[in-house]
Design a protein around this ligand. Structure first.
Ligand code: ACM
Ligand code: ZN
Length: 616
């Protein structure tokens, strides 16, 4: 009896200690990215505490998704006891017994009510996305703060994606990023329900995947001179025989494929042909055109125009490419292999007797057709092994089968043309989706790819569904993708700085129907997600402080000027003509032709140049 009492006292003391060692918080409102299709919040809260249980429904605790979920919850000291049956005060994760058509394979439902939190979906993938939404319902600092009680407002969410292809690309050739950084990018993709990782593995600046049959690809092609002390745009060319054993270089064995699969992300390797191949040609110069006496080296810094090209008339080049595919295909289980095809300068082909002979023999009228022939050869080879190809939109300049998927990057026109001719399309137009460009005024930013400004606001305004397609053609638009070329990006932190928060905007563009999007709400959510991302050790760009100016014509012919900022909390000052600068509080009236100047401040610091513009 006494022993029992003693034990009971210990349990009480232990639970009081547990409860008192964490913070209590009531979530005021949910900040979800991407915004769900339907969400209603009701009065009342459910308290998640140490006595909340977890019921894994029909799946059991060894199911990979349930393991993923319980590992995460444990990391955050939310360690619900597993329940054998559904009960009150419970987190439930359930795969629907009957398929709910509206949710499809990727959708899910969440209900928070007096009984707890129930996440349900038709598939494990859907359940995983439901969990990612649940994660975003928890406090922003849940990864770094111990909570003993989290009060979650009652709500009902029904959610499913607009597009099936929600991609993010990473160039590991221009600068090499190792496994831990790739995993970090996969983690953040998963948080935002992105599901395709396009891994740009080969280029002029390094070959980044192990190929056993051609060891020089790695012994030579994966290494280059160390010039990272020089700005990319002004770097001395790599030259010959430079010192090679330093700098952010190396190559991958694709051990991230399982890690990605646990996060329901498919990995698409890109093996670039026929251009962007200095790394191949330094290792195997025999694959260059006949008569080309260039000494190729793995590049550093701008390499433009990219003249290195594999010979289109040399059978051993095709054998090499097929051998490479034989090693790539077993490593990457997903359906697609990306074969590049962009920016191949074909001067060498016009001079090379072997290329000329191939064109003559095959009755090809120009070099574009020769590239088309190479691509179709590769496509047929890949297809024999049950796979399909993706290529950049230059693919449309030569012959391309209707089975190939086109990645529209030089604008939207390639994607539109491809969808009209019946090819599947992934939209990634350079003006919206290339996160290697500046996200804010270059004067206030670390160096990035110059001459284009892609602000968060601009990305958010992008609709991956091009205008002017019939419903049938629209079905060919699989989705879109953010691309991160890494010429100017030479640290892991910079990959994050350039991706975030713009990846949040792209994720919402690809998931949320346009009718459920709102810039004002998204902007406020980004501020809270910045806190969440930083608590998870991500480096987040602060965005653009350039004013968003709206001019409205009034009934009496004047102009009403509204200033807004991309970053919540930006303070604007303005002046009309040569008048004094005044703080912007609300929309103000001016006359047509007036000159307005603005300055932006954030947290007490001037964050932008003075902008002057005339009111039309
Ligand atoms: C590309 O940006 N050259 C596809
Ligand atoms: Zn040739």
């Amino acid at each position: 009896m006494q022993k029992c009492l003693y034990r009971a006292c210990l349990i009480v003391v232990a639970s009081v200690l547990f409860a008192s060692c964490g913070k209590k918080v009531t979530i005021d409102s949910y900040a979800l990215i991407p915004q769900p299709v339907e969400m209603t919040v009701e009065s009342g809260t459910f308290s998640l505490t140490s006595s909340t249980k977890c019921y894994a429904g029909n799946m059991g605790q060894n199911d990979p998704v349930i393991k993923f979920i319980s590992t995460r919850l444990r990391q955050w000291h939310l360690n619900p006891v597993l329940a054998g049956k559904p009960e009150a005060n419970c987190l439930q994760f359930l795969v629907n017994e009957d398929y709910v058509d509206e949710l499809g394979d990727e959708g899910y439902q969440i209900d928070v009510d007096k009984d707890g939190v129930a996440v349900s979906a038709n598939t494990e993938r859907g359940l995983f996305y439901g969990f990612q939404t649940f994660v975003q319902m928890l406090p922003e600092d849940v990864a770094t703060t111990r909570y003993s009680r989290i009060d979650l407002p009652y709500c009902h969410i029904k959610d499913y994606p607009r597009f099936g292809w929600r991609g993010c690309h990473l160039d590991v050739s221009r600068h090499f990023f190792g496994v831990s950084q790739v995993k970090k990018i996969l983690d953040v993709m998963a948080l935002y329900k992105m599901n395709k990782f396009h891994w740009h593995l080969t280029d002029d600046h390094g070959w980044r995947i192990e190929i056993e049959k051609y060891p020089l690809l790695n012994d030579i092609g994966s290494w280059r001179v160390d010039r990272d002390d020089q700005p990319w745009g002004e770097a001395d060319p790599a030259g010959e025989g430079g010192f090679r054993d330093a700098g952010p270089v190396g190559f991958h064995k694709p051990i991230i494929v399982n890690y990605a699969a646990e996060r329901f992300i498919d990995v698409v390797p890109e093996i670039e042909i026929p251009g962007h191949c200095c790394a191949i040609l330094e290792a195997y110069p025999q694959f260059a055109c006949a008569g080309d006496d260039t000494t190729y080296t793995v590049q550093f810094g701008p390499y433009w125009p990219p003249r290195a090209i594999l010979c289109g008339g040399n059978d051993s080049v095709m054998t090499f490419l097929k051998d490479v595919m034989d090693e790539i295909i077993p490593l990457f289980p997903y359906k697609y292999i990306h074969i590049g095809g962009d920016e191949a300068v074909k001067d060498n082909w016009t001079r090379c007797p072997r290329c000329k002979k191939r064109m003559h023999d095959l009755k090809l009228t120009d070099c574009e057709q020769l590239q088309g022939w190479m691509i179709v050869e590769m496509e047929n080879y890949v297809r024999l092994q049950g796979r399909s190809i993706i290529g950049w939109d230059e693919m449309l300049d030569g012959n391309v089968s209707s089975e190939a998927t086109v990645m529209s990057w030089r604008g939207e026109s390639g994607g539109i043309a491809a969808a009209r001719r019946g090819n599947d399309v992934i939209m990634t137009p350079i003006d919206y989706c290339y996160f290697n460009f500046y996200q804010a005024n270059a004067d206030f930013q670390p160096p990035a790819m110059p001459n284009t400004l892609i602000t968060l606001d601009k990305v958010y305004g992008y609709d991956p569904m091009p205008k002017g397609l019939t419903p049938r053609q629209q079905k060919h638009i699989l989705g879109g993708q953010a691309n991160l070329w890494t010429e100017y990006i030479n640290t892991p932190e910079m990959t994050e700085y350039m991706l975030l928060p713009r990846l949040c905007a792209m994720a919402e563009n690809l998931w949320t129907p346009p009718s459920a999007k709102s810039w004002q709400r998204f902007r406020a959510n980004v501020a809270r997600h910045t806190v969440r991302l930083e608590a998870n050790d991500y480096t987040v760009g602060s965005g653009s402080f350039k004013p968003l100016v709206d001019v409205e014509k009034t009934a009496d012919g004047k102009r009403l000027v509204t200033l807004d900022g991309e970053v919540e909390g930006t303070r604007f000052y303005y002046r009309v003509g040569d008048g004094p600068f005044v703080r912007y509080e609300c929309p103000f009236e001016v006359a047509k032709g007036d000159s307005i100047s603005t300055v932006a401040f954030y947290k007490g610091m001037m964050k932008e140049k003075v902008y002057t513009f005339n009111i039309k």
